[in-house]
Design a protein around this ligand. Structure first.
Ligand code: RVK
Ligand code: MG
Ligand code: MG
Length: 313
C-alpha cells in the first residue's frame, strides 16, 4: 500500500483507541447493556477523558519515536514519568508497583517477573500495544519480538505477552488491508490463528469464527470473556471488530455493550477498526470531544513518518 494511504490509518488507530477508552470507561465494571443506550452517552459527555489504556499507548508511541524503535529502558522510564505526572488515570494494580521497582533501580526486564506468580496475565500490555503493530506491520517476526519485549516491562506472563502480540498483529493486518477492499473475515482469522503461538489463544481465535453473527451477547461473553485478563479480552476486542468491520462506531458500541472491562476492550477494538478504516471513518462529534486529540494525532503522524521516511531521522 502507498505510504501516504497509511497516514490516516495511523491516526485512525491511535485516535480510535483513545475514543474507545474514553467512552468505554463510563461502563467499566458494569454488566452488559443494550447498544442503543451507549451512543446517547457521547451526547451527554462534555469531553471524552481517557484512562491508563491511552496514557500508556501514548507512552509506547513517545518512546518508539524518541528511540526510533524499541528501547526497553527508555520505554520503562517513559511509563514511569508519565505515571508520576498523572497517576489518577485509573491504572491497574500491578503497573504502579513495577514503576516503583524501576524507580529504585530494578532493571526494566526483570521487575515484572516479581509480580504475581510468573508475572501478570492482565490485559495491560495488550491495551497499549497498537503503536507496535503500526510500526512493525510489515515484519511479523519483529512485531512479535517487540510486542513480547514491550509487554515484559509490566506483563511477563506468557498469556500477557501473547495477548499483546496477537493484538499488535490484529492491528497490523487491519492496517495492511485497504479500507476500500472488503475485509475477508475468514482469511483474517486464519492469519491470526497461524500467528498465535499459544494453544489457548489459538482455541479462542477458532471460537471467534463460530460466533460471527451470534445475536446472544451472553453467549459471546461466556465463550470469549469480557474480563481484565488478556486471554478474556483480546479475542473479544478482535471479535467486536470482525462483527462489523465496515463501521468504527458500531464496533466500539458493540464492545462497550458487552460490559466488563469496557474501556480496554473498546480501546483495543477501536485501535483495530481505526487502523483499517482510517480517521475519517470516526464520527466527527466523537473526535471533537476527545481529550488531547491533537497531541495523539501528532504522535500518530510522527510514528507514520518514522515508517514512511526512515532516512529523515
Ligand atoms: C483498572 C493471578 C492475575 C495474574 C496472575 C489479575 C485498568 C490480578 C485498565 C490483577 C485495564 C489483574 C486494567 C490486572 C489493566 C494478573 N495470577 N491473577 N498471574 N496476572 N492477574 O495488575 O495493567 O483498569 O487480579 O497487571 O493488566 O483499564 O490485579 O494490571 O482494564 O489481573 O487496568 O493485572 O490492568 P495487572 P493491568
Ligand atoms: Mg483503563
Ligand atoms: Mg480497563
Amino acid at each position: 500500500m502507498h505510504k501516504l494511504r497509511l497516514k490516516p490509518k495511523f491516526s485512525g488507530c491511535l485516535v480510535g483507541a483513545a475514543i474507545g477508552d474514553g467512552l468505554g470507561s463510563w461502563q467499566e465494571g458494569k454488566g452488559m447493556t443494550e447498544s442503543e443506550k451507549v451512543e446517547p452517552l457521547v451526547e451527554k459527555l462534555r469531553q471524552l477523558i481517557y484512562t491508563d489504556d491511552t496514557h500508556m499507548t501514548i507512552g509506547v508511541t513517545e518512546s518508539l519515536i524518541a528511540s526510533k524503535g524499541f528501547n526497553g529502558e527508555h520505554m520503562a522510564q517513559t511509563f514511569l514519568s508519565n505515571y508520576e505526572a498523572e497517576p489518577w488515570r485509573g491504572y491497574g494494580p500491578g503497573p504502579p508497583q513495577i514503576f516503583r521497582m524501576i524507580e529504585t533501580g530494578e532493571p526494566w526486564n526483570s521487575a515484572a517477573r516479581k509480580l504475581y506468580n510468573g508475572g501478570s496475565m492482565g490485559n495491560g500490555s495488550a491495551m497499549r500495544v497498537a503503536p507496535v503493530g503500526l510500526l512493525y506491520s510489515s515484519d511479523p517476526a519483529k512485531l512479535r519480538e517487540i510486542a513480547y519485549q514491550s509487554s515484559s516491562i509490566t506483563h511477563s506472563h506468557e498469556l500477557g505477552r501473547e495477548g499483546a502480540a496477537l493484538q499488535a498483529y490484529a492491528v497490523a493486518l487491519a492496517l495492511n488491508t485497504s479500507s476500500g477492499e472488503e475485509l475477508n473475515q475468514k482469511d483474517y482469522l486464519l492469519r491470526l490463528q497461524d500467528f498465535a503461538q499459544n494453544r489457548l489463544y489459538k482455541e479462542k481465535v477458532a471460537r471467534i469464527k463460530e460466533l460471527l453473527g451470534e445475536q446472544d451477547k451472553a453467549r459471546v461473553v461466556t465463550v470469549l470473556g469480557n474480563g481484565i485478563e488478556a486471554l478474556r479480552s483480546v479475542p473479544t476486542a478482535i471479535y467486536s471488530f470482525l462483527r462489523q468491520p465496515g463501521a468504527y462506531k458500531d464496533t466500539v458500541i458493540y464492545a462497550i455493550s458487552l460490559g466488563g472491562d469496557t474501556d480496554t476492550i473498546a480501546s483495543m477494538a477501536g485501535a483495530i477498526s481505526g487502523a483499517y478504516l482510517g480517521i475519517d471513518a470516526i464520527p466527527g462529534e466523537w473526535k471533537a470531544k476527545l481529550e488531547n486529540k491533537d497531541y495523539i494525532e501528532a504522535l500518530a503522524e510522527r510514528l507514520w513518518r518514522l515508517t514512511a521516511f526512515p532516512y529523515e531521522y
